[in-house]
Every structure is written in C-alpha cells, then in structure tokens.
Design a protein. Structure first.
Length: 177
C-alpha cells in the first residue's frame, strides 16, 4: 500500500513539474537563455527552445551568429547556454555519436548561469552523481592535457579539459569573459 502511494506521489510530482515548465512564458524562457551569455552577445542572439522530442521553436530571431537555449531547469546537462555556429556543429556531432566533431574551427559556448553534467570524463554518461559547474565558457576544439599542460580534473575555478582523452575533449574556463 505504501509503495503504491509513493509511486502515485512520484507521478504527481513529475506531472506538476512538467505542467509548471509548460506554463512558463516565452519571455521567461528568453530571459533565462540570455542569462547564459555576456550582454554584448545576448543582445543580438537568436533564442531557441527545444522540447523532449528535439523539436525546435524559435522564440526570438538573432543577427550575430549565436543561438541561446533556455534549457530545462532541474534536468542534468540541459542548462541555459549560448553557442556559435562551430559549437552547434560540434554539439550535433556529439549528439549523433559521430566518431569525432566535424567543426573546422574552434567554437564558443557560454554557460554563465552555471551548469550540470553527468560526468567530467565520459561524454555519453546518462547517470551517476551529477557534477555542478560554476559560471563558465568553453572552447569547443580538441585539447590534450598531455601536450597542453592543462589539468584534466574538474575544478571550480581556473581552466581544465572536460572529457579529456576523448574526441570531444574541450576547454572549460570557469570565469566570466
């Protein structure tokens, strides 16, 4: 009987959270998305929301080549961020599990509202103890700790290489630009 009540309570909590997010205004999503970037980037960035099925909705057009996403609060790895074109290619390749990213120049992603992820070492982890990331920006280009001298260990300040030793290694810069 208690197990049934607990299951029902869990369903109600999840359903309530989904309704709350679905009821979020377009302006609130835009504000959260733009909080991820420096103001000089945010003022002209495109804002796009993505649902659970991957369908994209443009919330605001932009002119500077950056696209900002509001993310989904409480979902590990789905946080507010702003990315340029090469980074969007990098992310598309990663999501498609391509052997390596195909962007031909470094990309930039801003996560100035902070972030979360499942792993600092495994690009495809989907469970575990989430890591909490401070406000940061990233350079989406292969980095090697052995040749660069940069740390491969997560840090709350400074610069380190996330997902080191994989084709999706990238530079984490824990500060505001």
């Amino acid at each position: 009987m208690n197990r049934c009540r607990l299951g029902s309570l869990s369903i109600i909590i999840v359903f309530t959270a989904l309704l709350a997010y679905g009821a979020e205004t377009k302006q609130a999503k835009i504000k959260r998305a733009l909080s991820a970037a420096p103001s000089r980037i945010a003022k002209s960035a495109k804002v796009v929301d993505m649902d659970a099925q991957g369908k994209m909705e443009v919330l605001r057009d932009g002119t500077n080549g950056f696209t900002c996403f509001p993310g989904h609060p409480g979902v590990v790895g789905d946080v507010a961020m702003c990315a340029d074109g090469p980074s969007l290619q990098w992310a598309s390749d990663w999501k498609s599990h391509k052997p390596k990213p195909t962007n031909t120049q470094p990309g930039i992603i801003y996560m100035l509202a902070g972030g979360t992820d499942w792993s600092a070492t495994d690009p495809y982890a989907t469970s575990g103890t989430p890591i909490k990331e401070p406000p940061h920006w990233m350079i989406m280009w292969p980095f090697d700790g052995k040749t660069s001298g940069l740390s491969e260990k997560p840090a709350q300040s400074g610069t380190w290489i996330m997902w080191a030793g994989t084709p999706y290694a990238h530079l984490m810069i824990n500060q505001r630009p």
